[in-house]
Write a protein that binds this ligand. Structure first.
Ligand SMILES: *[C@@H]1O[C@H](CO)[C@@H](O)[C@H](O)[C@H]1NC(C)=O
Ligand SMILES: *[C@@H]1O[C@H](CO)[C@@H](O)[C@H](O)[C@H]1NC(C)=O
Ligand SMILES: *[C@@H]1O[C@H](CO)[C@@H](O)[C@H](O)[C@H]1NC(C)=O
Ligand SMILES: *[C@@H]1O[C@H](CO)[C@@H](O)[C@H](O)[C@H]1NC(C)=O
Ligand SMILES: *[C@@H]1O[C@H](CO)[C@@H](O)[C@H](O)[C@H]1NC(C)=O
Ligand SMILES: *[C@@H]1O[C@H](CO)[C@@H](O)[C@H](O)[C@H]1NC(C)=O
Ligand SMILES: *[C@@H]1O[C@H](CO)[C@@H](O)[C@H](O)[C@H]1NC(C)=O
Length: 321
């Protein structure tokens, strides 16, 4: 970029050598200033993060001046810029809140604080981490809403917030995370409807929303999630017929609808439409009609749980195979 600017300047005003030298000097000094500032910012952000952790501090004992921050336990730096690209502190019984300063780790690609005792909210500043690919805050005691600003982390591949105390709606803005493969929001207190915008997640393979308070019908847009393998929404208050959009997703292997208010008949050709099914947990709903013989076509089927519905008729002979 700088080179391009310089050569343009040379081309248009070949006599202004002073300006050229000045701009060269400015760009060099700006560059070194930026790098010094930024690795110091990473160190500062990590120390601010540590300062809000008030239990099991011994695990972070190496986070001191004897070591450069890239050597601190749980910290991974990129070789080129010596900036933090990974922070993995899972399973350490850490107690505290998550500092908004983590949003300053601008090279961060993976943040894993899973299985600790972090409480308080997920800071919106995490939305500044545009290089983030993996965010795992599962198995903590996080409260409040899922920050809308997480939708700015456009490189996210895995988003796992399961087993927390998150409330309110699933932000519809998450539908813009086009690289997302795993979206796990299970075991929280999320309410409201299933956002239709999530249909835009065409790379999504695992959708896990079980054990929340979601209500309403599954939107038709789910039919666009053509990579989906796991559709898990058990233990909510979802309703409507067996989601028609699911019949389009032949990649599905695992459908868990247990303990919702789904009703109506299953399409007779369901086993033809979904030949890769391995696990179907559909108990505790109000499905009616006959048990679809075509399910035998899904020859990889391993688990079938349909208890507590209103099916009539016999188990089809085709199931013998
Ligand atoms: C930041 O980088 C500069 C230049 O490479 C280095 O001198 C300094 O020690 C680094 N600071 C930290 C906190 O690592
Ligand atoms: C830094 O941490 C290491 C490892 O826990 C410890 O041996 C060392 O004494 C500490 N240094 C300071 C200055 O606290
Ligand atoms: C959480 O960490 C503990 C050890 O601190 C481990 O025994 C347990 O299996 C972990 N749980 C999960 C869900 O990973
Ligand atoms: C880092 O983040 C905090 C809180 O989000 C902010 O107050 C601070 O100014 C940021 N910048 C630096 C250079 O630490
Ligand atoms: C969240 O994103 C909005 C823009 O969508 C921005 O104005 C706001 O400052 C962000 N919040 C934080 C805490 O970064
Ligand atoms: C997040 O961490 C938990 C606990 O270690 C683990 O079970 C889960 O598989 C992780 N999620 C992802 C998407 O890797
Ligand atoms: C996503 O889906 C919604 C509704 O299904 C749509 O209005 C929106 O334009 C789509 N695109 C993005 C990038 O969110």
């Amino acid at each position: 970029m700088e080179l391009l600017v310089m050569s343009l300047r040379l081309f248009f005003s070949p006599t202004s050598r002073a300006i050229l030298l000045l701009s060269l000097f400015l760009s060099v000094s700006k560059f070194s200033l930026a790098t010094t500032l930024s690795n110091e910012t990473d160190k500062h952000a990590l120390l601010e993060f540590k300062s809000l952790i008030h239990d099991n501090p011994s695990f972070l004992a190496s986070w001191n001046e004897s070591f450069q921050f890239c050597q601190w336990v749980g910290v991974t730096c990129g070789l080129k810029h010596q900036r933090v690209i990974g922070l993995n502190l899972k399973d350490q019984k850490l107690v505290g809140t998550i500092s908004p300063h983590l949003g300053n780790l601008s090279f961060l690609r993976s943040l894993n604080l899973a299985n600790n005792s972090f409480s308080g909210g997920i800071p919106s500043e995490v939305g500044h981490l545009i290089r983030l690919q993996n965010l795992n805050l599962s198995h903590n005691s996080l409260e409040g809403e899922i920050p809308v600003n997480l939708s700015h982390c456009s490189n996210l591949v895995n988003l796992d917030l399961q087993y927390n105390n998150l409330v309110q709606q699933i932000p519809s803005e998450l539908g813009s995370l086009s690289n997302l493969e795993i979206l796990c929001l299970a075991n929280n207190h999320l309410s409201g409807r299933f956002p239709p915008s999530l249909g835009n997640l065409s790379s999504l393979q695992q959708l896990q929303f079980e054990e929340n308070n979601l209500e309403g019908e599954i939107p038709n847009t789910v039919a666009q999630m053509t990579s989906l393998k796991y559709f898990r929404v058990a233990l909510n208050h979802l309703s409507g017929v067996f989601p028609a959009s699911l019949y389009n997703l032949s990649s599905l292997t695992f459908i868990s609808l247990t303990d919702n208010n789904f009703a109506g008949n299953l399409k007779p050709e369901i086993g033809i439409a979904l030949p890769n099914l391995q696990v179907i947990w559909w108990s505790g709903n109000q499905f009616t009609g006959s048990f679809p013989a075509s399910l035998a076509n899904a020859s990889g089927l391993q688990e079938v749980d349909m208890v507590g519905n209103y099916f009539t008729g016999n188990i089809p002979m085709s199931f013998a195979s």
